[in-house]
Every structure is written in structure tokens, then in C-alpha cells.
Ligand binder design. Structure first.
Ligand code: PLP
Length: 238
């Protein structure tokens, strides 16, 4: 985006959208009786150009989410100097872990042992420490969007704790398409409470997207992942 007028327009649109999302988050915190400082906004910049990442950073956003390689690595390379925490939120193949380990600060989609092992050695090779979340499947395997079965979550948490160069930070989930997100997030909340008993360091709960952030905040989300409500509708749903 080299046209200066276009950049000014885009900045104004994003700023308005950001303010609207922040108002929604504040209202959700108020009705849930929670401190607004306890919920962090992650702006999901997937499919968007590096210029959007720069704009959200300028507007005060501290956390961004990406879900695909090599798109994410390339964008990070263009935005390396910005004070941002990078979250990887997509389904991940073992052969991509080397790339992700070089720039991600938080990997939210750890959902199986082989991936934890691969991510751990990739982080070791990159000489970095990554925070890891166990992605939970709230659909009983119905949607194939990744995530571990709830009954495997404690074991995977233990594997992350044991793995070198990975620190267990919490849980992540996406609401099912065919169920009330509130009910699904309540199951996630209960599972998170159970995890916290054994792993008190696993304080992060990443849940809530543009359409359901209020219900996620009500169910204890500490991080919401918002794409379209800030950056507009994407061309393709992914
Ligand atoms: C794309 C994506 C989001 C953001 O979705 P929106 O509906 O655009 O807010 C959040 N989480 C994950 C895992 C995603 O892939």
C-alpha cells in the first residue's frame, strides 16, 4: 500500500474498528465482573499485508496472530523491529516447526505429542524459548480443525512442561460451529480450572473470536483472537 491517502483511510478504518472491539471487550469485562486489564487483544493478521501489522502496532496493539507458513515468516521478517508478541494459531505440521520457532513467541496450537516433541527441538535449534498452549477440540472430533481431545489435555500439558525450550502457558480453543459458543466455552473453562490445579503456571486461556468474544470473556478467556472485526472480512474463510 504505497498510496499515502489509501494508508490514511486504512488507518482510520482500523482505528475505528479497534475502538469498537475495545468497547465490546470492556463491556464484556464489566458484565463478567472482570478487570479489563486481565484480557489481552490479539489481532489476527492472517491474509493481511505487513502494512496492516504496522498500522495495528502503531495504534497500540501489542499482540498479533498468524496461522500459516510461509506467510507468517515473511510478514514477521518485514515487521521484525515492531514491539509485538507473535502468536502462531494455526494447525501445524512437524516440518514447519523450524520456521515457526524462529519468530513465534507463543505457539497456541500444540495438540499432539509428536508436535510438542518437534516444536521443542526446533526451539532448541533456534536457541529460543517459546510459550506453548494446548489446543483443545471442543467438537468431539467433528470439524477437523485441530485440537486435542479434552481427555488428553493433562498429558499434553505434562509433555510441554517436560520438553526443553517450551514453557506451558495455558489452553486455546475455537468454538464449534454447530453449538452455542457459551456452552462450549463453559466446558473449556472447567477444563482450564482442572489444568490449573496441576499446572498453576498455565494461566492463559485463549478463546473468543470476532463473533463470540463476549461469551469467551464470560468464560474466563485471558486472550481473545480477533481478525475480521478489526481488519474487515477476509476473502476466504480459514
Ligand atoms: C482466523 C482465526 C481467528 C480470527 O477469526 P475472526 O472471526 O476473523 O475474528 C481466531 N482464531 C483462529 C484460530 C483463527 O484461525
Amino acid at each position: 500500500m504505497n498510496d499515502p491517502d489509501a494508508l490514511v483511510d486504512r488507518r482510520r478504518d482500523i482505528q475505528e474498528n479497534l475502538e469498537a472491539v475495545q468497547r465490546r471487550m470492556a463491556a464484556a469485562c464489566a458484565s463478567a465482573n472482570r478487570d479489563p486489564n486481565d484480557v489481552t487483544l490479539i489481532v489476527v493478521t492472517k491474509t493481511r499485508p505487513a502494512s496492516d501489522v504496522a498500522l495495528v502496532s502503531e495504534l497500540g496493539v501489542t499482540d498479533v496472530g498468524e496461522n500459516r507458513e510461509p506467510e507468517a515468516s515473511r510478514k514477521h521478517a518485514e515487521c521484525e523491529e515492531l514491539p509485538l508478541t507473535w502468536h502462531f494459531i494455526g494447525q501445524l505440521q512437524r516440518n514447519k516447526t523450524g520456521k515457526v520457532a524462529r519468530y513465534a513467541d507463543v505457539v497456541q496450537s500444540l495438540d499432539r505429542s509428536e508436535l510438542i516433541t518437534a516444536m521443542s527441538s526446533a526451539a532448541e535449534r533456534a536457541e529460543r524459548n517459546l510459550r506453548g498452549l494446548v489446543q483443545v477440540d471442543l467438537t468431539d472430533g467433528a470439524e477437523g480443525r485441530g485440537g486435542a481431545s479434552p481427555q488428553d489435555v493433562l498429558t499434553l500439558c505434562e509433555e510441554i512442561v517436560t520438553a526443553t525450550n517450551l514453557d506451558l502457558a495455558g489452553l486455546m480453543a475455537v468454538a464449534p460451529l454447530d453449538e452455542d459458543p457459551g456452552a462450549a466455552f463453559e466446558r473449556l473453562h472447567a477444563l482450564h480450572q482442572r489444568v490449573l490445579k496441576d499446572f498453576p503456571e498455565a494461566t492463559m486461556l485463549s478463546a473468543g473470536m470476532s463473533g463470540d468474544l463476549e461469551m469467551a470473556v464470560l468464560a474466563g478467556a485471558t486472550h481473545v483472537r480477533i481478525g475480521s472485526a478489526v481488519l474487515g472480512e477476509r476473502q476466504h474463510v480459514r
